[in-house]
Write a new protein. Sequence first.
Lengths: 344, 332
Amino acid sequence: MALTQETSYQEPLLEISGLKTVFPTDDGIVNAVNDVSFSIARGQTVGVVGESGCGKSITGLSLLQLVPSPGRIEAGEILFYRNSDANPLDIVQVPPKSDLIRQIRGNEIAIIFQEPMTSLNPVYTVGDQIAEAVALHEQVDKKIARERAIEMLVRVGIPAPSQRVDEYPHQLSGGMRQRVMIAMALCCSPSLLIADEPTTALDVTIQAQVLGLMQELQAEIGMAIMLITHDLGVIADLADEVVVMYAGRVVERGTVDDIFYNPLHPYTQGLLKSIPVLGRTVQKTLPSIPGTVPHPLALPTGCSFQPRCPERIPECEQMPELEIINGNGDNDTHVVRCWLHADS
Amino acid sequence: MEKLLQVNDLRKYFPIQKGILQRTVGYVKAVDGISFDVNRGETLGLVGESGCGKTTAGRCLLRLIPPTSGSFIFGEEQVDLAKLTHREMQPFRKRIQMIFQDPHASLNPRMTVADIVGEPMRVNRTEKGTALQDRIVELLESVGLKAQDMRRYPHAFSGGQRQRIGIARALALQPELIVADEPVSALDVSVQAQILNLLAELREEFNLSYIFIAHDLSVVEHISDRVAVMYLGKIVEISDAETLYESPKHPYTEALISAVPLPDPNAQRKREHIRLEGDVPDPSQPPTGCYFHPRCRYATDVCKQETPELREVSQGVQVACHHSDTLELQGV
C-alpha cells in the first residue's frame, strides 16, 4: 500500500523459513509455531490472521527474540535485510540478551501490543517513555529527546501535545494510549512494525482512527507492517498479503485478493463464511465451522484441521505440504496446505 | 404484535462523590432517558461504543442495579417492574434472564455444570430430584452439550462451550425475555457463528425475546429485528435492522457503519471512510445541545444549543437529530 520512491516493492526485508517455536511444559512440548515460512517486502503490509492459540502472536514475538520463557525458537531462520546491499542477519542466531538484538528492537523492528494500558508503564509520564526509546537508540540529550517525544505526539495526532507529554497513561483514553504506543514504536523510524492486535481493545470509530493513522505513517516512513489480528475486516482494509494460520502452521498464504476472493483451504473458506458481514446477512443462519480449535497438546494426526473439515478425505490422516498454486519458487503468490490442492 | 416490554424514559445517574463527607459533586448520566419497546419473539439490538450506557441499561432492566427513574411495563399483566419491591420482583426474575459476556468469569469454577445449570431451578424450587436431573440433561442437549458433561467443571470446557453452559442456565426457568450482554465478543470467530446460530434457534424453539447488547455492528445486524443505537446515554436512532444499515438517519450511525472494516478488500477500497475526530466525551460533562455535535460533520448552530428529541420520521424509524429530514446519509 505504501510505496515511496526509494523502496521498491519486491525488495525483501524479512524472510522467515521453517520457523519453529516450542514451549516445553510438564505435559509435553507445545509446538506453538510450527514450520512457518513467509516473507515481508519493504514497505509492505502482511496480515497474519488466525484464531486464539494459532501461534500468530508467538510468531511476532519470535521475530524479536522476545519469546517468553520457557519457550524457545527450536529451528528455522529469520533473515533480516538490515540494509539492502549487505548480507542478511539471521535473527534466530542472535542471542535474546545480546547488544545486537537490543539495537534492532525498537530501532529497526518495533512492536505494539493489543492492550495499551498494560504495555505502558503507569508510573512514568508518556513523554518520559517515548524519550526513553529515543535516548536508547540515538545519542541525544534529554532535552532533545523530549522535543522528539512532543514531535511524535503531534504526528500521531494527539491534541495539546505539549501538555499531554507530561501526563500519565491513566489520564489518557484507550485510543490515545494506543497512539502513544504507536508514537513510541515509530520514534526511531523502524523498517518493520509488528502490530499485534493493535485495535482489538478499541471501539470501532477509534479503531478507524488508529488504522488510518498507521497507514499514513507507513506511507511517510516507508516501513513494512506485520499486522497480527483475528479481524478479517481489518486485514481487508490494510493488508497487501495475508498469512492464515491454524494450530501453529501456515495453512494458506496469498495476496489479499487471493485470500478473500479465491480462498482454497477449507479453513479459510469456513472462516470467511462464518463472519456476519454488515449489510448482507440479516437473519440468515451463518455457516459455522463445527467443533473448536484443538488443544495444542492433543493435535489430531495429519492435518490439524481435519476433524472440523467438511471436505475431509482419507489422505488428511497425513500432514499435507504447502503447495504452490501460483508463483515460481522465488515469488510464490498463493500457497496452500491442503490435500485437495496437492497436485495442482 | 404483542408488546412484551415497554421502557419509558429510563435514567440511571451515578453520583460522583468527593471529600471525606462524600458529598455529591455531580452525576455521571450513564443512561439518560431512553425509551423503547420489545415485542414478543423479537430481538432488539442495543449497539454503541464503550461508555454509551448499553450495559447499564441492560442491568437496570433486570433490576440488578436500581434505576434512577423511568418505568418498564412488562408482560400481559402490564406490571411496572421499576416500582416493585425486592420481594415483589421475585416472580418476575424467572421470566427475565441474562447471558453475560465473559464465560470464564460468569461460571463458578467450583460448581459442576449440573450445579450451575440446576441452580436457578433449585433456588426457585421449580424442580427437584430426578425431575431436576432430567431437566438439566434436556437443557444441556438443547444447547448442544452432552448429558455426560454435567459432572464436569467449567475449566474443562472451551470458551464457546462455556457460553453454551451460560445459555443453558439462562433457559432453565423458561424465561420470556433474555438480556444478552456481549454474548459472543469473547469468542473466536469460528465459534461466534455457532453461538449466534444457537441463539437464533433457541428463539424460535422457545418463543424467546432478546435484548442483544453488543458493540459489533455486524453481529447486531445479523441477529436483530430492530436496532437501537446509543451514544452517551441516549438513543440516537432506532429502526429495523435492514433500514438502519442501508439508510441510516443519524450522522453517528453513519459514522459507526463507515468505521466497520468490511471483510471484502474491493468494497473496502471503494467505500468512503468517515473518520470521527476525538473520543466519546466524558459522560459527567456532556456537551451542550446534541451530545454528538462536537464530532459531527453536519453540525450547525442549532445542534450546539438544542437537544434533539427522539422522534418518528417514518414508519418504525425514530431519530434524534435536528437535520434528519435534510441529510442524505450513506449506509453500507
